[in-house]
Design a binder for this molecule. Structure first.
Ligand SMILES: Cc1cc2nc3c(=O)[nH]c(=O)nc-3n(C[C@H](O)[C@H](O)[C@H](O)COP(=O)(O)OP(=O)(O)OC[C@H]3O[C@@H](n4cnc5c(N)ncnc54)[C@H](O)[C@@H]3O)c2cc1C
Length: 482
């Protein structure tokens, strides 16, 4: 008997889930359906080919996804005449090509499985008899499945956005809820001022893609604390195993204690000639354990007070991107601020933003030509909980501004199929989506950055790959028992 699996979303996670399921010939025959718009397949948000200058934020040697070839990504590039060294930060578009190549290979060699690709978006999941689910696409197509994997990734702002801060006024093309729309603007007046909410890697991508359009373009990046991502240095070695063990042994209490310990270890390590990056990178595999040991109050405190510092040290930019950003700041074209936005209104051909700078008591008014939402992954990507669930709000955007509504997740919440809390989508240890009544859906899985709520580290390729591996094993066990 063939077991059907629908994967909703074909970015990195959906593509790798499909690829690995197809390559597993040990269980029953599978019928795998992959749903996304065809432009996004294998690329998702991160690995599109819009701009070659957008670089991966990790060295090529860390990004192979093949089980039997740790050099797979580098080999793939070299075979196509693209220069690739292990420590290079290569274009993200090349990584999208690599993922597309792996999926194509798996689809061309399906063994006993079947594969289909559906161009469209899932808008609803309807449970039907025998534990099966109907996946409804916006095109009217319905696909029946024994198991559904949601691999819907980050919020991409593509869907409707309610902007309370605008007082409901139409800001036309000046308010760009989806940061990637800024890159696609057909024309931009030469002296435009782009105000970006968010100062992370997404904001830097948008600045990079726009800055060549005119030397007069100006950019302001604002986030809660006004922090930029730190940059990589040439391959810092990991801490020695004893030093790492000693560090981890000390991380037994809440976030405040852990921060003190990490700072102390960094100071000691630097005194011996080491680099802080070695300490941060050594912590990475232990993060899910540390996170799971913390209480709910600890996690909230971490998200509110420490996460911006952790994220900017953990998710770093390539040194070449940092040099580009520094040169733009030196020239006065790029400025950085910490604060929150209170209101946005239309003003002539531009916008007026009322800003509350960090630690200030009063507001200040800023004129901008465009507002670009670059808040990226908050605690509840794509599927923000209702306002009452969201305290304390984790991302830098002021709560009245954005409430991203994703019709699929709205339906899942409305029908009690998915539960959200202040930290996002609730998923159990086995990647199964938790229902509003706190039971789990036995055959509805989620894979992607929203696992942050459960494991904290679930954003970058190496961590996601581990999660995909575990989830596909769980699915295959379930398929065998079907
Ligand atoms: C700009 C950017 C750059 C990054 N760079 C790096 C990097 O250099 N290195 C690294 O390790 N990590 C990087 N990351 C982290 C990134 O989270 C992961 O690497 C990975 O791309 C996440 O994959 P995903 O499939 O979960 O999400 P996504 O890539 O967001 O893909 C989700 C897909 O689901 C689709 N989708 C959503 N809803 C529906 C629906 N209802 N129906 C059908 N389809 C739907 C979307 O169209 C999208 O294609 C980056 C992230 C971003 C946003």
């Amino acid at each position: 008997m063939t077991v059907s699996i629908v994967i909703v979303g074909a970015g990195f996670c959906g593509t790798m889930t499909a690829t690995w399921l197809l390559s597993d010939q040990t269980a029953k025959p599978l019928s795998i359906a992959l749903v996304d718009d065809s432009y996004s397949v294998s690329r998702g948000i991160a690995y599109r080919s819009d701009e070659e200058g957008w670089l991966l934020n990790a060295p090529a040697r860390t990004l192979s996804v093949e089980r039997d070839n740790g050099n797979g990504f580098i080999d793939y590039c070299r075979l196509r005449g693209r220069p690739a060294e292990p420590d290079d930060f290569l274009p993200r578009a090349w990584y999208g090509d690599y993922l597309a190549h792996l999926l194509k290979q798996a689809v061309e060699n399906p063994g006993k499985h079947q594969f289909s690709q559906h161009d469209g978006y899932a808008v609803a999941l309807k449970p039907v008899e025998d534990g099966r689910t109907e996946v409804h696409l916006h095109t009217g197509v319905e696909i029946s499945a024994d198991h559904v994997v949601l691999a819907t990734g980050h919020s991409d702002g593509r869907r409707s956005i309610t902007v309370a801060a605008t007082g409901g006024a139409s800001l036309d093309q000046r308010f760009l809820a989806n940061p990637w729309d800024a890159v696609k603007l057909p024309t931009v007046p030469d002296d435009s001022h782009f105000f970006m909410c968010g100062s992370g890697l997404t904001a830097l991508d948008v600045v990079y893609a726009l800055h060549r359009r005119s030397e007069k373009l100006r950019f302001t990046l604002m986030s809660r604390r006004g922090l930029l991502p730190q940059h990589h240095c040439q391959s810092p070695p990991r801490l020695q195993p004893e030093a790492r063990r000693s560090l981890l042994d000390q991380l037994t209490a809440g976030p405040r204690h852990c921060t003190t310990v990490v700072r102390k270890v960094i100071a000691e390590h630097r005194a011996r000639g080491g680099d802080w990056r070695e300490v941060i990178d050594s912590l990475r595999p232990a993060v899910p354990q540390i996170w799971s040991n913390w209480s709910e109050a600890d996690r909230r405190a971490f998200v509110r007070h420490i996460a911006p510092y952790w994220d900017t040290h953990r998710h770093r930019q390539p040194a070449s991107t940092a040099a580009f950003v520094a040169s733009l700041r030196m020239s006065g074209r790029l400025s950085l601020m910490g604060g929150r936005i209170e209101t946005i209104s239309a003003h002539g051909d531009g916008l007026l933003l009322a800003i509350r700078p960090r630690a200030a008591t009063g507001s200040r008014v800023v004129h901008a030509s465009y507002f670009v939402n670059c808040t990226g992954v908050g605690m509840a990507p794509a599927h923000r909980a209702t306002a009452s669930d969201t305290e304390p709000h984790a991302d830098c955007i002021h709560r009245p501004i954005a409430h991203v509504c994703d019709s699929l997740f709205d339906q899942l919440r409305r029908d009690g199929i998915a539960k959200f809390d202040w930290a996002g989508l609730c998923v159990d240890e086995s990647y199964r989506v938790v229902r509003v009544n706190s039971c789990t859906n036995p055959s509805l899985f989620y894979i992607g950055p929203a696992l942050r709520r459960r494991f904290w580290e679930a954003t970058a390729v190496p961590e996601l790959l581990l999660h995909i591996e575990r989830m596909t094993e769980i699915i295959m066990r379930q398929v065998s028992a079907h």
